[in-house]
Design a binder for this molecule. Structure first.
Ligand SMILES: *[C@@H]1O[C@H](CO)[C@@H](O)[C@H](O)[C@H]1NC(C)=O
Length: 437
């Protein structure tokens, strides 16, 4: 009792001083003051393992795990951890370089850049920059109201903090023609991956508001489910408070008194809580105390489960790194892996054909074999319940990590739409072939 009171008083004091500090020193990203980001060259599997081990032992935020001989890891370290982190790399002969000298400053600059960009673009469409929850919601509502013949708005439930989670169903036959395959796309399961929602919104735009003649088959032959904001609580939190928040915002005091949220992309029930996760409730790869503990993952599950007979393809969109990945996260391969690879490679090639010079080429493969093992992912859930083509898409970062400049968003949208169109047509041809047999 006395302890609880002391804690309450302490907390008041803490909040008060936090407010004073934030007034005295207005930098929105001050919690990252003095944090640095280091590029790490992975020339052997032991280097990748070292990064993983240090991630756990020093509780590091690994922005990008990288892949041996293919791409560097990017690791954010606090001022307290920096020396030990660099010593470990040196001791193991791992080559490294400074990617960002001051994370706080980098995000202040990115915010300013977004503000400038938005100032120069009047009549900006919602998907041409980084919209907030309210703007995204208004767009979904507007599209559904303006195109009732082909669009149905689904209010799927609420997030942990009570935000409505909505998605669109797009169909010329009101989802009643069961000979059509369904394409499911979702974005922003990880809150800090800002560029993902614009891609989903732009896809809606291209199917509904700006259907071009060459894409008419996509609207007429396929039913679409587009869910642009899987984790709205985490996303809003990245705008208001902690830019690099990745998880949901749930709170289970019986599990942890101090840490909120789970990694929603480890919260599905396939090999739940086995590899690529941490049992520390404060970790960015904490899978939750139970599979589907989060209302946000329950909603993704329901979308996939309710339509599983007709869903031909599921695209779970992330940022960044230029990867088209497929299951399983354990390294086991689905029996139709040749087809999955074919469709994924065609997607990568379609996007590479129009890529900006600053972007890398897409790499395509099993997520465990070319990146690292995971468990409980949305990608694996889709594959596991019987969706033939289930992918994790990692959009380009242009060497700018999570700070994709707003001027690049248009290009990512258009380029990714090209990839999505390619996968939709190819996956449909597999669907027709299967149903003909
Ligand atoms: C996961 O949940 C689905 C229901 O959505 C069920 O069909 C499946 O058997 C479960 N898998 C595991 C490994 O528990």
């Amino acid at each position: 009792m006395r302890f609880a009171m002391k804690m309450a008083v302490f907390r008041e004091f803490f909040i008060l001083s936090a407010i004073i500090v934030s007034f005295a020193n207005a930098g929105k990203h001050d919690i990252y003051s003095g944090f640095t980001v280091h590029g790490v060259k992975l020339t052997s599997p032991s280097h990748a393992k070292l990064v993983h081990d240090l991630e756990v032992s020093l509780d590091l935020d690994v922005w990008q795990h990288g892949a041996v001989a293919l791409s560097d890891a990017l690791v954010m370290v606090s001022p307290q951890n920096k020396q030990q982190f660099l010593e470990e790399l040196e001791k193991n002969g791992v080559e490294h370089y400074l990617h960002l000298e001051d994370v706080a400053k980098a995000f202040e600059e990115h915010d300013a850049e977004i503000e400038r960009f938005q100032g120069t673009r009047t009549n900006r469409m919602v998907f041409e920059s980084y919209p907030r929850y309210a703007e995204i919601d208004a767009y979904l509502e507007r599209i559904a109201a303006a195109y009732p013949d082909i669009v149905t708005l689904v209010n799927a439930g609420t997030s942990w903090e009570g935000r409505a989670i909505k998605y669109l169903k797009i169909s010329t036959t009101n989802f009643e023609d069961t000979s059509k395959p369904i394409y499911v796309m979702d974005a922003m399961i990880h809150a800090r991956e800002w560029v993902t929602t614009p891609v989903a919104l732009y896809s809606i735009h291209r199917l509904v508001e700006d259907l071009q003649e060459q894409d008419r088959d996509l609207l007429e032959n396929i039913d679409w489910i587009i869910h642009p904001l899987v984790n709205p609580d985490g996303y809003e939190y990245t705008h208001t408070t902690v830019r690099l928040w990745r998880r949901t915002r749930s709170f289970y005091p019986e599990v942890s008194q101090t840490c909120y949220g789970v990694d929603a992309n480890r919260n599905f029930n396939v090999s739940f809580n086995t590899v690529g996760v941490s049992s520390d409730p404060c970790s960015d790869v904490y899978p939750g105390h139970l599979a589907f503990s989060e209302p946000e993952t329950e909603i993704v599950k329901a979308i996939l489960e309710d339509n599983v007979d007709r869903i031909q393809i599921y695209m779970n969109i992330h940022s960044y790194g230029n990867w088209v990945l497929y299951g399983f996260g354990s390294g086991d391969l689905p029996s139709n892996v040749a087809h999955i690879h074919h469709v994924g490679a065609a997607m990568g090639a379609a996007m590479d054909a129009v890529k900006l010079p600053a972007a890398g080429y897409y790499l395509v493969g099993n997520s465990a074999l070319i990146l690292y093992a995971t468990s409980g992912s949305a990608q694996d859930y889709g594959q596991h319940i019987g969706i033939p083509f289930s992918y994790t898409l990692e959009l380009p970062g242009y060497g700018m990590d999570f700070r994709v400049p707003p001027q690049y968003v248009d290009h990512i949208n258009a380029e990714t739409w090209r990839g999505i169109a390619t996968t939709a047509r190819l996956a449909r041809s597999y669907y027709l072939a299967r149903n003909a047999n």
